[in-house]
Design a protein around this ligand. Structure first.
Ligand code: PLP
Length: 422
């Protein structure tokens, strides 16, 4: 089909239609917000219902007799997610939230000395990441003002990789970077940056929240020390789904900053001792009882991700974002929108960010028309055409509607408000 500005809409293949049919796309909506909260799919719903049924029939025996067994669920999900990031099963555990996992990893692996006692982050990092880093610094008696070094984006809003590398000076003990910048959608060269940090002797950690389930990673090959991520974005685990943590096997002996009985060697956990041996893998970075109900949907949703395979997901995601960018050039750029996501596929994650001075009100009008974007400061409309459930037609309609809202100045009817930006 040709849209009214004469860009051919790529045709949908059967595989794409099959995966889309597995998701509940809210009635009458075009959902472009899967990088904030992924949609519910049938296998995730079934997996959640199975846990509820096991709880109903087994009670406490569900810990050992449910299928899947709750006692080993964090490890089982860890093994499934390890495949998505180029890690071995023993290096990944699904537990807690991204922020807690970050405090855990940084609290454990940041080992300041007299001369080397700073942490390097990007200035535009997700605020909760910076809050987590600051809390670890404070807990070690170091002031964030002095010990947190921030790299600012360039005038286009992009992080310059050479600038990051040059900022890894001898006083940097740990570097934390995002895989994909949550505002602009810029994808960093994680292999290159990890190698640069290691060459300087710094610990390198990554926040994979906006890339896991959307593109390839090779954490072991890149020599990354640790990584954390959300389970509710491209992994479609549901609101507040458990996050994930990767700990390179070279750190399996480290004593976690936060310890608790679920970090124990599983065969010894019920010794009921506070001097229990810890698991000799990433499992030791767990703390308390796993949130089984916040993990169960991942059993189903990950089965769909692995059925599709990351290479297929990434190539479809790039086709969708390519198409969205082509539409932007024709229909939105002349209306004052600016593309703040890199055009080069190797530097682009799964979402496209468009800047407009009225972005917040435009997003509000878009929602009233059944199209769900999200808004991020400053003045960014984020659109995530997700490989597993969005279509090229979703992109066509979204762009056409955005153009209409701006051309007809429909946003002027909306009072300025802060909105909810989850
Ligand atoms: C890049 C990034 N890091 C961290 C977080 C925080 O995750 P959580 O609230 O699950 O700890 C988010 C949440 O959206 C995020 O987008």
């Amino acid at each position: 089909m040709l849209n009214d500005q004469h860009i051919a809409e790529p045709s949908e293949d059967e595989r794409a239609r099959y995966f889309r049919s597995q998701f509940y796309v809210p009635d009458g909506q075009i959902y472009m917000d899967g990088n904030s909260l992924g949609l519910l799919c049938r296998p995730a719903e079934d997996a959640l219902n199975r846990v509820v049924a096991d709880w109903r029939t087994l009670g406490v025996q569900g810990w050992t007799e449910a299928n899947p067994q709750w006692f080993g669920l964090a490890e089982q999900l860890g093994a499934l997610q390890a495949e998505l990031i180029g890690a071995s099963a023993s290096e990944v555990i699904v537990t807690n939230s991204t922020t807690i996992n970050l405090i855990q990893a940084v609290g454990t692996l940041f080992d300041p000395s007299l001369d080397c006692n700073k942490i390097l982050c990007d200035a535009g990092a997700f605020p909760s990441d910076l809050m987590a880093i600051k809390s670890v610094l404070r807990s070690k008696g170091l002031s964030p003002e002095e010990h947190l070094k921030l790299v600012s984006p360039d005038s286009n809003g992009y992080l310059d990789e050479e600038k990051i590398i040059n900022a890894i000076t001898d006083d940097i003990a740990l570097v934390l970077l995002p895989s994909v910048v949550y505002t602009t959608g810029q994808l960093l060269d994680m292999g290159k940056l990890s190698a640069a940090a290691r060459a300087k002797g710094a610990v390198i950690g990554l926040d994979l929240s906006h890339s896991i389930g959307a593109l390839q990673h090779s954490l072991d090959a890149w020599g990354v020390d640790f990584a954390v991520w959300c389970g509710y974005k491209y992994l479609n685990g549901g609101p507040g789904a458990a996050g994930g943590i990767y700990i390179n096997q070279k750190h399996f002996e480290a004593i976690p900053a936060l310890t608790g009985w679920f970090g124990a060697d599983k065969s010894r956990q019920f010794d009921f001792s506070d001097d229990i041996p810890l698991a000799s893998n990433a499992g030791r970075f767990q703390v308390g009882t796993p949130n089984i109900l916040s993990m169960a949907p991942l059993v189903g949703s990950l089965s769909l991700v692995s059925e599709a395979g990351i290479p297929w997901i990434r190539s479809r995601s790039l086709a969708l974002t390519d198409y969205l960018i082509a539409l932007f050039e024709l229909q939105l750029e002349p209306l004052g929108f600016e593309l703040v996501t890199p055009r080069e596929p190797d530097y682009r994650g799964g979402h496209v960010s468009l800047k407009h001075p009225e972005a917040m009100r435009i997003c509000q009008v878009l929602r009233t028309k059944g199209i769900i974007p999200d808004y991020r400061p400053n003045n960014i409309v984020r659109l995530a055409p997700v490989a597993l459930y969005n279509s090229f037609e979703d992109c066509t309609i979204t762009v056409k509607t955005l153009a209409q809202i701006v051309r007809d100045r429909e946003f002027e009817t909306v009072p300025v408000s802060r909105g909810v930006v989850t």
